[in-house]
Every structure is written in structure tokens, then in C-alpha cells.
Design a protein around this ligand. Structure first.
Ligand code: FAD
Ligand code: NAD
Length: 444
């Protein structure tokens, strides 16, 4: 039989929104193509999660060793140059590994930038036309850049993670995930850090009393926070950079990180030509991740929805499309609870119903002072608290925790939230002891 199109399913972008589903989809016999203009794996492995957590690990260790006081002998210092070298060793083989994962499953990788010609055809730079029955837009996000004079003098998160030598004074514009995680790392590695806020709020999507604990700790460690900074211009002045902000105030710094958010990668994709609806927050999709053009879908960060733009969401959507395209489901997508964590020191993690919503809905909110719980005392953690939300029948609806191991505590509780486990079912679960998993369940 002569095929009408080159591929059954063609993905644009090779991040988590693609590879988690595309590799198993190809194994089912569906003919899969993957177009990627940059590194296979996209943001998370190459310039996001994996790179960041490798750089952060020694930060966590330095903090933990500080707390041990004279139990540990010797002065532990973070060597930034070696840290970046180690990060590079960890991540540099990931594109090759992921290429192998896709190709060994039977998918074809096409290198180049894709632009739609019509709803079944894309043109790939230096390759030409590629056609497909179904096309998935999984092009992710890229850093937003401030629209002010001198904006090109600022850097993005990828530049930061490649810095071989840490500048003495670093100024970060923005106090979201990247602003706070990178302020934590730069401060621990010895830089003088200033964070310039848009408003007076840091990490607006996280429980603000816990954010305050993290901010106050960073302030004690010398990080400066400038609220309502109204940044207006960057300028090179001799060996430094001058930031004009506020009411014509200025600040001199050695390096500027623009961490003011990330925007959809939709430029030069040709969506207007084929009539796919989108706006500045991403591509519109229905409950099947299908755009308004029947054979075109979207997944991951580039989708316009209220989910946190994190890997677990991209992963789940990619797996869903794999099941839809291979005929394993005909149902609309039902997103699970998507957890989120900011890797400051300590971390703040959360899942399910927030404390704010719980107050409005009248759910029960329990407060746990974990710093006084023996297992957290082992690490001498000074900042450790959690809030858990329950309904009247005792189902766990949500949790947020601030502590060094908050992400593991929230992970341990996720099944109870997702599957609405009853107190009896929770009572049948055992966990290894002593672990954070055990501690988390036994406060639930
Ligand atoms: C610094 C940083 C740290 C992060 N840390 C975490 C974390 O700790 N935990 C977490 O869960 N999430 C984290 N994230 C978010 C996470 O990286 C994203 O949610 C995830 O990578 C989204 O995957 P995606 O496939 O949707 O997009 P991406 O991974 O961005 O993939 C999109 C791909 O599409 C390609 N592309 C774009 N346009 C075209 C085109 N026209 N033609 C061909 N190819 C194209 C791009 O080159 C890119 O490779 C972090 C992000 C950043 C920036
Ligand atoms: N741990 C994680 O899961 C993790 C880590 C890093 C990044 N990410 C992902 O990457 C995305 C992007 O991260 P981000 O930190 O760049 O975005 P963000 O949306 O979390 O934060 C952007 C910040 O920039 C501020 N801002 C905007 N305009 C400004 C201006 N003119 N002056 C000063 N501040 C300004 C905002 O108020 C906000 O604080 C996140 O939304 C998240 O999805 C996730």
C-alpha cells in the first residue's frame, strides 16, 4: 500500500512533551518523525531540570554540612568552576542517549527548524518538505527578554549554568522559579546577589508564609531584595553594568540574569497560515490536546492552560497522546495532580488543593512543625513545616511543605491525593523506616 504521507505522526520539538510518548508510540508500529532544531531532549535535560539539579546538589550539601557544626571537621567550600564541569559531564551525553531511545524504538529524527506549509506539511530548514497524517506542536518555551534599552546585556538561565567563573556581583531580575533557584545557588557559591522584584511578591504561586521563610533566610545570607523595582535600562559602564530602576536610581553589577519568565516558541512556525489558534500564553487545545485544526495537536509547555509549566505535565501529556494515537484510548485526557517544587534551600513543594483554596472552601488545614520532629532534627533543619488539607471524611486533598526534603515528602503523599485514598487505605500502607516517606505518611 502506498502511504499518503511520510509519517503517521510528526512531532515538532524533541523535549519531554515528545520523547516520553514518541519512543513507545513508534514501537507500536506507528510511523513517527521528530523534528528538532536544537538538542534532542529539549529544555529539561540540556538547560533545565537535570542541569540545574546537578549544580544545586553541592549547594544542598554545603548547607547541610554548615548545620552539622563541629560534628563535621573542616571548612567545606563550593568550587563553582568544578561544579559546572561536573554538570557538563552529567548532561552532555543525554541528547545522544535520548536519540538512541527514539531511534531504537523506530522513530526518525529530522534535524532543523520546522515551519508549517499546510496542515499536513512542514518545511524543515536544509531538509525540505515533510508530510504527516497528524502533527504535534511540542515546541516549548524560551526565555522572555525585557523590552528595555540594553536588554542584550542581560543573560538567561542557560548562560548562568554555563558560567565557568562566577561573577562577584550578580543581579537577578524576576523572583519566580528561576530567580529564586539561581539566587540560592549564586549566593551559596559566594556571589553578592541582588534580586529585583516586579512587585512585592516572590514565587507568587507558592504558599506565601513559606516563601517568606525562604526569603528571610536568603536575606540573612546577604541576598538583597528590591521590591517594585521597575527596571528601565541596562548600560555598560567601564567594567560593570549599570541598571537603572525605580525613581531614576542606579545599581552597578558584574552580571545580569533576566529571569522574567518564559514565552511560547511559536515564532516562524507558520500557525497563522494554517489557522491554528494561539495567543501569547500558547496554543489552544481541547480535552484531547487537539487544536482547532483537526489533525494538529499540542503538548507540553507550549499549551495554553493553567497547569504549572513543568516536566511531569509534559510527560503525562506525551504519554496520553501515545495512547490516543496507538488506539489504546479514545477518552479525553484527565490530568492527574501535577506537583510543583522550587529547588531553593530549603525547597518548597506542593500538590493538590492549596491552603488559600482550603480556607475559602472550609476544608481542614493541619499545621505540622517539622523542625521539632526527630527525623528532621537528625539533619538539624531549622526551617521545616507542612500544611495538609483534608475533607470531612479524612481524605487528603493537598499538601505543601517547606524543608530540605519537601519534594520527597510531597511525592510520598501524591497517591493519597490522586486516588482519594480513605483513611483505612492509608492505614494499610507501610513505608521504609526511617525515611521521609514514612514521616510524610504518618503525619497524613
Ligand atoms: C532553568 C529551568 C529549570 C527547570 N527546572 C525544572 C525542574 O526542576 N522540574 C520540572 O519539572 N521542570 C523544570 N523546568 C521546566 C521543564 O524544563 C519544562 O516544563 C519541560 O522541559 C517542557 O518540555 P517540552 O517538551 O514541553 O518543551 P522543551 O523541552 O522546551 O522542548 C521543546 C523543543 O522544541 C524545539 N523547537 C522549538 N521550535 C521548533 C521548531 N519550529 N522546529 C523544530 N524544533 C523546535 C526546541 O528546540 C526544544 O528542544 C525548568 C525549566 C528551566 C528553563
Ligand atoms: N523547579 C521547577 O520546576 C522549575 C525551575 C525553573 C523553571 N521552571 C519553569 O520555567 C518557567 C520560567 O521560570 P521563570 O522563573 O523565568 O518564570 P516565572 O513565571 O516563575 O517568574 C517570572 C518572574 O519575573 C517577574 N517579572 C516579570 N516581569 C518583570 C519585570 N519587568 N521586572 C522584574 N520582574 C519581572 C515576575 O513577577 C516573576 O516573579 C516557570 O514558570 C516554570 O514553569 C520550573
Amino acid at each position: 500500500m502506498v502511504r499518503k504521507y511520510d509519517y503517521d505522526v510528526l512531532y515538532i520539538g524533541a523535549g519531554h512533551a515528545t520523547f516520553d510518548g514518541a519512543a513507545p508510540l513508534a514501537k507500536t508500529g506507528v510511523k513517527v518523525g521528530v523534528i528538532e532544531s536544537g538538542l534532542i531532549g529539549g529544555t529539561c535535560p540540556n538547560r533545565g531540570c537535570n542541569a540545574k539539579i546537578t549544580l544545586d546538589e553541592p549547594v544542598k550539601m554545603v548547607r547541610a554540612s554548615e548545620r552539622m557544626g563541629d560534628i563535621l571537621n573542616g571548612d567545606i567550600q563550593l568550587n563553582w568552576t568544578k561544579n559546572v564541569e561536573h554538570k557538563q559531564e552529567i548532561i552532555e551525553h543525554l541528547p545522544e542517549d535520548l536519540t538512541h531511545r527514539l531511534e531504537s524504538g523506530g522513530a526518525t529524527i529530522i534535524k532543523g527548524h520546522a515551519t508549517f506549509k499546510d496542515n499536513h506539511t512542514v518545511i524543515v530548514d536544509n531538509v525540505g518538505e515533510v508530510t504527516a497524517e497528524k502533527i504535534v506542536i511540542a515546541t516549548g518555551l524560551r526565555p522572555h527578554r525585557l523590552d528595555i534599552p540594553g536588554t542584550d546585556l542581560a543573560h538567561d538561565s542557560e548562560d548562568f549554568m554555563n558560567l565557568k567563573n562566577l561573577p562577584r556581583k550578580i543581579t537577578i531580575i524576576g523572583s519566580g522559579y528561576i530567580g529564586m533557584e539561581f539566587a540560592t545557588m549564586a549566593n551559596a557559591a559566594g556571589a553578592e546577589v541582588t534580586v529585583m522584584l516586579h512587585s512585592d511578591k516572590v514565587l507568587r504561586d507558592f504558599y506565601q508564609p513559606y516563601v517568606k521563610l525562604v526569603v528571610d533566610d536568603l536575606k540573612q545570607r546577604g541576598v538583597k531584595f528590591i521590591e517594585n523595582s521597575n527596571v528601565q535600562a541596562f548600560e555598560k559602564v567601564a567594567d560593570s553594568y549599570q541598571i537603572t530602576y525605580g525613581d531614576n536610581q542606579t545599581l552597578l553589577t558584574d552580571w545580569i540574569l533576566d529571569a522574567t519568565g518564559r514565552i511560547p516558541n511559536l515564532d516562524n512556525l507558520g500557525l497563522d497560515k494554517i489557522g491554528v489558534k494561539y495567543d501569547k500564553h500558547g496554543v489552544y487545545v481541547n480535552d484531547y490536546l487537539q487544536t482547532n485544526v483537526e489533525n494538529i495537536y499540542a503538548a507540553g509547555d507550549v499549551v495554553n492552560n493553567d497547569l504549572p509549566k513543568v516536566t511531569p505535565a509534559a510527560f503525562f501529556e506525551s504519554k496520553y497522546l501515545m495512547k490516543l494515537f496507538s488506539g489504546q484510548t479514545k477518552e479525553p485526557i484527565k490530568m492527574p495532580v501535577i506537583p510543583a517544587v522550587v529547588f531553593t534551600s530549603p525547597r518548597i513543594a506542593k500538590a493538590g488543593v492549596s491552603v488559600e483554596t482550603a480556607k475559602v472552601k472550609g476544608y481542614q488545614i493541619s499545621e505540622n512543625d517539622l523542625a521539632n520532629y526527630w527525623y528532621y532534627k537528625v539533619d538539624k533543619e531549622p526551617i521545616a513545616q507542612s500544611r495538609q488539607i483534608h475533607d470531612d471524611e479524612g481524605h487528603l486533598l493537598g499538601v505543601t511543605e517547606v524543608s530540605d526534603q519537601a519534594q520527597d515528602a510531597v511525592n510520598a503523599l501524591l497517591p493519597a491525593i490522586e486516588f482519594k485514598l480513605s483513611p483505612e487505605q492509608i492505614g494499610r500502607l507501610t513505608s521504609l523506616f526511617p525515611t521521609i516517606g514514612y514521616a510524610a505518611w504518618h503525619r497524613a
